[in-house]
Each structure stands twice: as structure tokens, then as C-alpha cells.
Write a protein that binds this ligand. Structure first.
Ligand SMILES: *Cc1c(COP(=O)(O)O)cnc(C)c1O
Length: 380
């Protein structure tokens, strides 16, 4: 098997047969001319097939060590497709601490269609096992979680899922395929918000699923084409381009993340730092086992409590821009309670350990010294 960098650069890359163009062209077309009814070149209508999307989907499969990739118009559209595998009465075991938009989709959209969601602390393998019922059809994991960096043992949950005959889907957005490959650990579906590390340049919204099983792929492809949440060819081109530098960017995200996590931990104004690479962090041993590095996502709490202090820091950084999202080359700072996770009711959030004073960083690939200097002047 090729090493990661080689794989990422050559994934889905085939010179265009009509011109030899080394980069897959942006096939900006809605339909394809047929020779006679039913006689075509494998492309009929662009919701069903598009060559730029096809190249990307091949690349997605390669980088997640899967057989099939499917691209969607956003990360939540990819999640939506997975839930549409289910029927009313089916149960889902979902992580108690996960991306706010996933929680909103589950509770506000799919509950009313009769899908039952059970929120469980998935870092507790026994609790997941205990939550399985004969109606459980899907287990939904996110690891590391957003924003508290909780680590779930994917292989252990995969064993429970196999025994129960359920589908295990892992949201691998935070780790990216460079740091973690859930299919290798027994998951059935890997989900990505390609908006984040795969795209890598904060210029596209997109989602992805990667699958090994042909029948499951066919069901998901049917949903992709029938519900129509497909990405446009320009967006597919951008994510294909992003994938080619994923390894270079992730290496720098990891280096910067480690430096900043340690610097924050040593800062007298910071009370707690969440980063999966600390040896005394719960989940460290599992992170070490299932990840190749610890990434550039860090959350922290200030010693001085209160909204004013948090707001002061959030509005004082100059390199870290105050914005939702993550995984781009530029550094971002975010307040989960009022921004990315505002869709989770306050009591739920607090119960899961997400306080009003938590600050989340998406550490970019700038020079770590400049980023630290920026945090220093902001925190004081
Ligand atoms: C952003 C994000 C999503 C949703 O993806 P979109 O591309 O914004 O629709 C899902 N999961 C995680 C972990 C995310 O960070």
C-alpha cells in the first residue's frame, strides 16, 4: 500500500481522456447527449452522475481506505442520507457530545418522522452496549468530539455494533483521514464534513460518505440521487484539490496544535485545556492507539469566569478570526455556547460538560510563534 502523501496526490487522478488534461476538468453540465435512447457514455443527468464528482468520489474512497465514496452538498446532507436508511420506529444510539448541527438534524427533523435517538456517553463502552435494543439500527459516533475532544474507542464500539447487527457510522471530520481511518477499525460508514480539513481552505461547503459494502453503497447512492443533495462540479474540483495537500496541512496542524496546547496549559490565566494529545487526558491511550496524531483542534476555559472575560478574549485576537467552522489553513476562534453549539439546549450542554466559558480554537498552518503571540496579547 502506498504511503499517505502519495495516495492523496494520486487519489482519483486520471488524465482527462478527451484532452489529456492532468487535472479533472470542472464538468459544468446538467445533462449528456445520448446517441440513441438509452445509449450513452455512462452519464445521463448530472444529479445522478458527473465526471468531476466521480473523480472526487474515487479519491474519497482511496483516502479513507474504503471501496466507495459518495459526495454530498454539505456535511449535514451526508448525515441526512445516512438517517434516511432508517424507517419509523428504528432506534439510533448517538454520541451525547457531538456537532450541534447533527444534534439539531436528529432532534428537530428526524424525531418527528418517528426515528428514536438515544444519546449516550459513547466513551463508556458498557453504556453503549446497555443502550442497544432489538430496534437499534444505527450507532452514530464522533471522535474526537466537537468541542470537548472526547475520544471513543471505535474498534470496541464496532464489536458491539457487529454483534447487534447495526450499522456503525463515524463522523471523522475532526481527525481527517490523515489521522484516523474508522473503516479499518470496523466502522461501516465514514462521514465527513469536507467543508473542513478535506477542502482545507474555507472556500466550499461539502459532505462525504465512504463505505465498503456494495449493498449499503447502493442504498446510499439511491438516496443521494433520489433526494438530490449533490455538490456542484466546481465544489468537487475544490475538494479534489484540497485532498492533494491534506498530508502537508495536517502535519503542520499537528505541530502547531501541540505547541499551542502546551503553551495554553502553562498559562496562569487558563484553567483547563482540552486536546487529545495530553497524556493525562481521559482517552489518551485510545487516541494513541487509533489516531496517527492529535490534530489542531483545541478547546480551553479561562480561570476568570464570566461572559465579559470570554467576550474580551474572543474579540481581542488578531490572527485568530472569530468565526464558526474549522480545518482551514487560517486559524479560527469560536465560542461554542453561542455559535457552533447554540442549537443544543443550555441544560443539555452543561450536563455534557460544555460550559458557557469554553473557547474553541481551530489552529491553522501559520507560524506557531505568531499564533502564540496573538493568544498571549488576547488572554493577557
Ligand atoms: C461542520 C461539521 C458538520 C456539518 O458539516 P457541514 O459541511 O457544515 O454541513 C458535521 N460534523 C462535524 C464534526 C462538523 O464539524
Amino acid at each position: 500500500m502506498k504511503k499517505l502523501g502519495t495516495k492523496y496526490i494520486h487519489a482519483g487522478a486520471n488524465p482527462d481522456p478527451s484532452t489529456g488534461a492532468i487535472m479533472t476538468p470542472i464538468f459544468q453540465t446538467s445533462t449528456y447527449v445520448q446517441e440513441s435512447p438509452g445509449v450513452n457514455k455512462g452519464f445521463e443527468y448530472a444529479r445522478s452522475q458527473n465526471p468531476t464528482r466521480q473523480a472526487l468520489e474515487e479519491a474519497l474512497a482511496v483516502i479513507e481506505n474504503g471501496k466507495f465514496g459518495l459526495a454530498f452538498s454539505s456535511g449535514v446532507a451526508a448525515t441526512d442520507a445516512v438517517i434516511k436508511l432508517l424507517v419509523p420506529g428504528d432506534e439510533v444510539i448517538a454520541a451525547a457530545d457531538m456537532y450541534g448541527g447533527t444534534y439539531r438534524l436528529f432532534t428537530k427533523v428526524f424525531e418527528k418522522f418517528g426515528i428514536v435517538f438515544r444519546y449516550v456517553d459513547t466513551t463508556d463502552v458498557a453504556a453503549v452496549k446497555a443502550a442497544v435494543t432489538p430496534k437499534t439500527k444505527l450507532i452514530w459516533l464522533e471522535t474526537p468530539t466537537n468541542p470537548l475532544m472526547n475520544i471513543t474507542d471505535i474498534a470496541a464500539i464496532a464489536a458491539i455494533s457487529k454483534e447487534a447487527g447495526t450499522i456503525l457510522c463515524v463522523d471523522n471530520t475532526f481527525a481527517s483521514p490523515y489521522l484516523q481511518n474508522p473503516l479499518d477499525l470496523g466502522a461501516d460508514i465514514v462521514m465527513h464534513s469536507a467543508t473542513k480539513y478535506l477542502g482545507g481552505h474555507s472556500d466550499v461547503i461539502q459532505g462525504a460518505l465512504v463505505i465498503n459494502d456494495q449493498a449499503l453503497r447502493d442504498q446510499l447512492y439511491f438516496i443521494q440521487k433520489s433526494c438530490g443533495a449533490v455538490p456542484g462540479p466546481m465544489d468537487c474540483f475544490l475538494v479534489l484539490r484540497g485532498i492533494k495537500t491534506l498530508h502537508l496541512r495536517m502535519q503542520q496542524h499537528c505541530i502547531n496544535g501541540e505547541k499551542i496546547a502546551h503553551w495554553l496549559r502553562a498559562h496562569p490565566g487558563v484553567s483547563k485545556v482540552y486536546w487529545p494529545g495530553f497524556e493525562d487526558q481521559p482517552g489518551y491511550a485510545i487516541a494513541k492507539k487509533q489516531m496517527r496524531g492529535f490534530g489542531g483542534m483545541i478547546s480551553f476555559e479561562l480561570k476568570k469566569e464570566g461572559v465579559e472575560e470570554v467576550n474580551r478574549v474572543l474579540s481581542s485576537t488578531k490572527l485568530f478570526s472569530l468565526a464558526e467552522s474549522l480545518g482551514g489553513v487560517e486559524s479560527l476562534i469560536n465560542h461554542p455556547a453561542t455559535m457552533t453549539h447554540a442549537s443544543i439546549p443550555r441544560e443539555e450542554r452543561i450536563k455534557n460538560g460544555l460550559s458557557d466559558s469554553l473557547i474553541r480554537l481551530s489552529v491553522g498552518v501559520e507560524d506557531a510563534e505568531d499564533l502564540i503571540e496573538d493568544l498571549k496579547q488576547a488572554i493577557g
